[in-house]
Every structure is written in C-alpha cells, then in structure tokens.
Design a protein around this ligand. Structure first.
Ligand SMILES: Nc1ncnc2c1ncn2[C@@H]1O[C@H](COP(=O)(O)OP(=O)(O)OP(=O)(O)O)[C@@H](O)[C@H]1O
Length: 248
C-alpha cells in the first residue's frame, strides 16, 4: 500500500571500492514511501546489495545523500545505531546465532537494545513464533531447522525490534525450491499489513505480485523504475529487455 509520505530518499548515491576502480553505485536516486514495497532487480554485480546495504549504512557511501524521515544520515548528530534499529535486515544466509536457541535469537536485541524486560521480550517472541507456526521450536537451536524455518525466524527476529522498514537481501536465494514459498508468504503478509519494504530479489513472480514499484539496476545505476506492469510488460531500456528475456 503506497502513500505519498516519503520515508527514505536516496540522492545521487555513489559507492566506490578499491580506490575508485570499482563503482558499485553510480549516481543512484531512489525514494521509498511509507508503506511501499520496492523490489530491486538486475543482473549479478549491478549494485543491488550495495544499494540496500547503504540504506542502513552497512556500506558507507562515497558520495551523495540518504535521508531517512527527512534526516540526512551523514549528519554528525545522527546516532547510526539508533538508525539501524529502525531497519530490520534479512540476509540471504539467515545469520542466526548458532549457539543461541530460537527464542534467544529473537529476544536478544530487544533485551539489549530496546531494554525490554525478559517477560515482555519472551511474550513478543512467542507471539511472533506463533504467527509463523513455529512456537514449538522456541527451545531448539538453528541447526535443527530447515532453511525455510531459519529464514522465517530471521524475519521475525528482525520484526521483534519493531522496525519502520524491512530490508531483504535475496532472502530466498539460498533456499531449496520447496522452501521458497513459505518465506515469500510471510513477506507477502508483511506487505499486506503495510510494512515498508525494500527487497533485492531474483523472484520475478514475487516482484510482480507484491511490489508497488520495481527498480531495475545495471552497472551501478538505476536504469528504469515503475509499477510491476510497466517494467515487466513494457520494459523500455534495452538492458532491462535483455535481462527479462533471460530470467522470465
Ligand atoms: N567489498 C567490496 N569490495 C570490492 N568490490 C565490491 C565489494 N562489494 C561489492 N563490490 C562490487 O560492487 C559491484 C556491485 O556489487 P553488489 O553485490 O552490490 O551487486 P548485486 O547486484 O547485489 O550482485 P548479486 O546479484 O550477484 O548479489 C560488483 O562489481 C561487486 O564486485
């Protein structure tokens, strides 16, 4: 559900690596509205992950600006850790803590960073686990779970911080095909609830069905963006046409 309320604004973002020899992002401009679901697609190495990771400053921009709720993240008075807490991040490889139980994985950050009481944190964690049908796994360790279960737990772990935005970096790429659906279903339900989401994805079906807007990147640039119908049914840029001819 998109509204006109701009939550994130990326302006002329540049990210260089190796002393400028690699330009991962080359003058990227992107706005994300409150409640909007933006899918970022494009060939391997086009800068999708770098753009996503820049939003919570896992990558420090070389140039340009990122505004969150109107605040320039480069401003020295911005508390980056506080900013990161507003953004839930879900990675390709789950990144659950292997030596913590499922429940501990979910309660850790709310206890440490949000100063929730153990009762509050556990109650919330159990509600989240119930939501995804995995309450019975609360006491287990991640290595006892399937990939789809791990990823759904990684998603609710991020939700336990009550984020304003969820960032997904190819959340289904490492999953066996039969587990992709359960993760996409959970993401679909978050989108329906109005969660603001940016999703780097190779799942074109998901992008078409769930995204409000699709962004196509190549060679560090955003070459085209629009509604799923615009991008998938009437692609204009030849590189997007070529990309779609290979992936659809
Ligand atoms: N830490 C780094 N050091 C040097 N180069 C990097 C680094 N991270 C990314 N790059 C380069 O930046 C470019 C963009 O990478 P990025 O991972 O953002 O692409 P991507 O579109 O997400 O690719 P994929 O779909 O394969 O994950 C690539 O050329 C990559 O090799």
């Amino acid at each position: 559900m998109a509204t006109s309320n701009k939550l994130i604004s990326v302006q002329h973002l540049v990210k260089e690596y190796n002393h400028g020899t690699v330009k991962a992002l080359n003058d990227c401009n992107l706005d994300i509205a409150q409640g909007e679901v933006v899918a970022i697609i494009g060939p391997s190495g086009s800068g999708k992950s770098t753009l996503l990771r820049s939003l919570n400053l896992l990558e420090e921009p070389t140039g340009g600006q990122i505004f969150f709720d109107g605040v320039d993240l480069a401003d020295k008075s911005v508390d980056i850790n506080l900013h990161r807490q507003k953004m839930g991040m879900v990675f390709q490889h789950f990144n659950l803590f292997p030596h913590k139980t499922v429940l501990q994985n979910i309660t850790m950050a709310p206890l440490a960073l949000k100063k929730k009481t153990p009762e509050e944190a556990q109650k919330q964690a159990m509600e989240l686990l119930e939501r995804i049908g995995l309450a019975d796994k609360a006491g287990e360790y991640p290595n006892m779970l399937s990939g789809g279960q791990k990823q759904r737990i990684a998603i609710v772990r991020a939700l336990a911080m009550d984020p304003e935005v969820m960032l997904f970096d190819e959340p289904t790429s490492a999953l066996d095909p039969e587990m992709v659906g359960e993760v996409l279903d959970l993401m679909r339900s978050l989108a329906k609830e109005g969660m603001t989401m940016a999703v780097v994805t190779h799942e074109m079906g998901f992008a078409r069905e769930v995204a409000d807007r699709v962004v196509f990147m190549a060679e560090g640039k955003i070459l085209e963006e629009g509604s799923p119908a615009e991008l998938f049914d009437s692609p204009k840029d030849p590189r997007l046409q070529d990309f779609l001819s290979k992936v659809l």
